[in-house]
Design a protein around this ligand. Structure first.
Ligand code: NDP
Length: 296
């Protein structure tokens, strides 16, 4: 039986509708949450993500400020800028788009952001709180995936989840979130040193793939009826497209969609949820900084 396709863009629309009510109420109090995005360099994928974030902010009537700098920007200049943004009362959320140029220390840059404005959830304080099960800014992609899993209606407690990928921005926080209350999943994290990836994915109720390898998870690696979430976004050459490339995920979508229970497409799956959770975090930052209750 064919899988139910979960379109993150539909779920994102629902969440943004509910967020817009919160924003209306904040507007009534004279508060318009503001996100500042810092983009260093001219990586086309990063530029496209940043434009998506700007668009989402503007559609919701939030303040969007994108600061663009050349690849050659000195690290000290970036650190000074972040320190200024930390002190700027009109800025609720700060997001430094990664990857940064090679001459920069990404960990240092990210931990310079005030944790109260860390809407990406990448600061060690945010990650530490997540690990401890404390209230914090949850990194946007794993948070969006959890919303997608909740949308399936599957009771998650006790299910076997295999996360393929152990990055700080997707794999690790994904595993931390799902193993904890209220989800209570049994989580296995796989990576390039995993000896038999297929043995793990085959026994999983839920497979979440965030490896950045086009179509690396194939249908023979998936148990019939499993739920498969594809986080990967890869550009592959495609002469039929005006851009010369197509976006594909990390799973071999068509055959997997024939045997899974639920599947997410690329594009239109996890991606729109990532941006939406960034909006949620920015509104949350705006509320928390003013001592207001968080609604979304
Ligand atoms: P990273 O490159 O930082 O991490 C990839 C992880 O996958 C690593 O842990 C790596 O293992 C593991 N991996 C790679 N190849 C294999 C393999 N053959 N078998 C098992 N594990 C493997 O990537 P990110 O986590 O930043 O991103 C992953 C993907 O998700 C990318 O395609 C990215 O574009 C996409 N993405 C999508 C977002 C969205 O909103 N949809 C947001 C963020 C990312 P090891 O640690 O051993 O090297």
């Amino acid at each position: 039986m064919a899988a139910t396709v979960i379109y993150g863009k539909d779920l994102a629309r629902e969440l943004r509708n509910s967020l817009s009510h919160t924003l209306e109420r904040l507007k009534g109090k004279g508060i318009v949450p503001g996100l500042t995005v810092v983009l260093v360099g001219d990586d086309p994928a990063s530029d496209s993500y940043v434009r998506g974030k700007e668009k989402a902010c503007l559609e919701l009537g939030m303040v969007s400020n994108t600061l663009r700098f050349p690849e050659s920007m000195a690290q000290d200049g970036l650190l000074e800028l972040i320190s200024r943004l930390n002190l700027d009362d009109s800025v609720d959320g700060i997001l430094v788009q990664v990857p940064l140029p090679k001459h920069m220390d990404t960990d240092l840059v990210l931990r310079t952001i005030d944790p109260a404005k860390d809407v990406d959830g990448f600061h060690p304080v945010s990650i530490g709180k997540l690990l401890l099960g404390q209230e914090t800014f949850i990194s946007c992609t794993p948070h969006g995936v959890v919303k997608i899993l909740e949308k399936t209606g599957m009771p998650l407690a006790g299910l076997e989840v295999v996360v393929v990928g152990r990055s700080n921005i997707v794999g690790k926080p994904m595993a931390m979130l799902l193993m904890q209350a209220p989800h209570h999943c049994t989580v296995t994290v796989c990576h390039t040193r995993t000896l038999d990836l297929k043995a793990h994915t085959l026994r999983a109720d839920i497979v979440i793939v965030a490896a950045g390898k086009p179509r690396m998870v194939t249908a023979d690696m998936i148990r019939p009826g499993a739920c498969v979430i594809d986080v990967g976004v890869n550009r592959v050459p495609d002469a039929s497209k005006a851009s010369g490339f197509a976006l594909v995920g990390d799973i071999d979508y068509v055959p997997i969609a024939e045997k899974a229970s639920f599947v997410t497409p690329v594009p239109g799956g996890v991606g729109p949820m990532t941006i939406t959770m960034l909006m949620v975090n920015t509104v949350k930052a705006a509320c928390l900084r003013r001592g207001l209750a968080v609604e979304n």
